[in-house]
Design a protein. Structure first.
Length: 457
């Protein structure tokens, strides 16, 4: 006789319930918390336990939530795109309301990755709700996902406990004040000098050419230059037969501090020529690093400079008169857009490090005796955007090539160094909060100075 005893079966509802627990587990994992599901022999009334973990330190808090999962593949009662109802069994409800541990009911539809939750004890505190044994879920307000973290923590934690809420991740592109040196002369020359002072060499050269250039210096009786000393007019300032030629790249990459120092000195001399060709003058009191500032216009002191791209062009006032508050017709000083540059090498690559600043003169030429006070006051009122615009302006000034000039450039500059940071810096953290007395710049109109830093018309 055939054995008609049915074999062991696992109903589809078992798989649905398991998929519901897996969906819940994935949400808890996204929160960075721990979820411990119950096993078959301990599944007496709840499907698992949630332990809250501090995401900033990884520390476990021993704050526990019990969880009951109810999964389905079908529509819920009275379901609409916005809400639905879920009926509970009296025996389950009586069990959930016992004890002192918070318990949440999560109903889910794993096939559509939907999950919604309520706090059982809070919801059924209402006697009317207890009598109906029905839970009304709002699909927007009761969604069980990562955004539920704060509400779940408040449910689990005592009133005197706080939780670190991890801010949403953000990234930011940061632009540094490093501008790459894209090119310098491939050769440099050294020869014995007929003069021991640079001023005498310059004077002698100017007797033959109006603009001999700055890309040279004299040290210990020798002339170091990016200029080809084999060509006129250099023969009038050096001793015949003493010229030596070197590959500039060898000096640029040398570990010898003396060679690197002489190389940087030639770079600085070349930078002086680079700026001079663009109407940017040098101010270097003895014992201080040089400051380069925009010279006054040829026809008037005030000078404007265009910058930007063809799509976003600006005009900036780079030399501006600051009028007296008491006598508007009298100029207290002139403010020049300026920069303090220096060369440095990182990872075998040479960069120009730029520090935007300002220079102050009485008449466009003579340095103001109050320049340090004016600069200090102006720096106090500069915001982050003004500083950033100043940096961008100088990056543009350095990288822009003059296509209409017939003068050979010793230096070429590339773009600024940019990098992606895996964190964002809130703009408000950069804003300076000043007391009214901090915005006074002697006789300079601080309000005007602040609003007219960048005359980008």
């Amino acid at each position: 006789m055939a054995d008609n005893t049915p074999g062991k079966r696992i109903l589809p509802t078992s798989f649905t319930g398991h998929k519901g627990v897996l969906l819940i587990d994935s949400v808890i994992t996204d929160l960075g918390w721990l979820f411990t599901p119950t096993t078959a022999h301990t599944d007496g009334g709840v499907d698992g336990f949630i332990e809250i973990r501090r995401t900033d330190t990884g520390e476990l808090t021993n704050l526990i939530l019990q969880l009951q999962s109810k999964a389905t593949t079908k529509d819920w009662v009275a379901e609409t795109p916005e809400s639905f109802d879920f009926r509970v069994v009296e025996r389950d409800l009586a069990y959930w309301l016992q004890g002192n541990t918070p318990i949440i009911l999560v109903v889910c539809r794993p096939d559509t990755a939907e999950a919604y939750w309520i706090s059982v004890k809070d919801y059924f505190r209402d006697i009317a709700a207890r009598k109906t044994k029905k839970v009304h879920f709002n699909k927007k307000l009761n969604r069980f996902d990562k955004a539920s973290a704060d509400a779940l923590f408040e449910l689990a934690a005592p009133t005197d406990v706080g939780l670190y809420s991890e801010p949403p991740p953000s990234t930011e592109t940061l632009e540094s004040n490093l501008v790459s040196v894209a090119g310098f002369p491939p050769k440099l020359f050294i020869a014995h000098s007929l003069f021991t002072e640079g001023a005498l060499i310059d004077e002698r050269l100017r007797d033959h050419v109006p603009h001999p250039g700055h890309e040279w210096f004299v040290k210990e009786g020798k002339l170091f230059a990016f200029h080809d000393l084999r060509r006129p007019p250099w023969n009038i300032v050096i001793a015949n037969g003493t010229i030596e030629q070197f590959d500039t790249a060898e000096w640029a990459s040398s570990d010898d501090p003396l060679l690197r120092r002489d190389f940087v000195r030639l770079l600085n001399q070349s930078l002086r020529a680079f700026f001079s060709a663009r109407g940017i003058w040098r101010f270097a009191p003895k014992g201080t690093p040089p400051t380069y500032y925009f010279a006054p216009d040829q026809d008037e002191i005030t000078r404007r400079q265009s910058w930007g791209t063809s799509r976003a062009a600006f005009v900036r006032t780079v030399v501006k008169g600051i009028a007296s508050k008491k006598e508007p017709s009298r100029m207290v000083c002139y403010r020049h857009v300026a920069v303090k540059p220096r060369f440095d090498c990182f990872g075998g690559v040479w960069y120009l490090v730029i520090e935007p600043t300002y220079h102050f003169t009485y008449d466009g030429h003579k340095p103001s005796g109050f320049r340090e006070e004016y600069l200090s006051g102006l720096k106090r009122i500069e915001g982050h955007q003004a500083i950033y615009n100043n940096l961008r302006f100088w990056i543009h000034a350095l990288s822009r090539q003059d296509l209409f000039s017939d003068r050979a450039e010793s230096l070429r500059f590339g773009s600024s160094v940019k990098f992606e940071a895996d964190f964002g810096i809130p703009d408000e953290d950069w804003l300076r909060k000043l007391e009214p007395e901090d915005t006074d710049i002697s006789e300079v109109d601080a309000e005007e100075a602040q609003t007219d830093l960048f005359d980008e018309d």
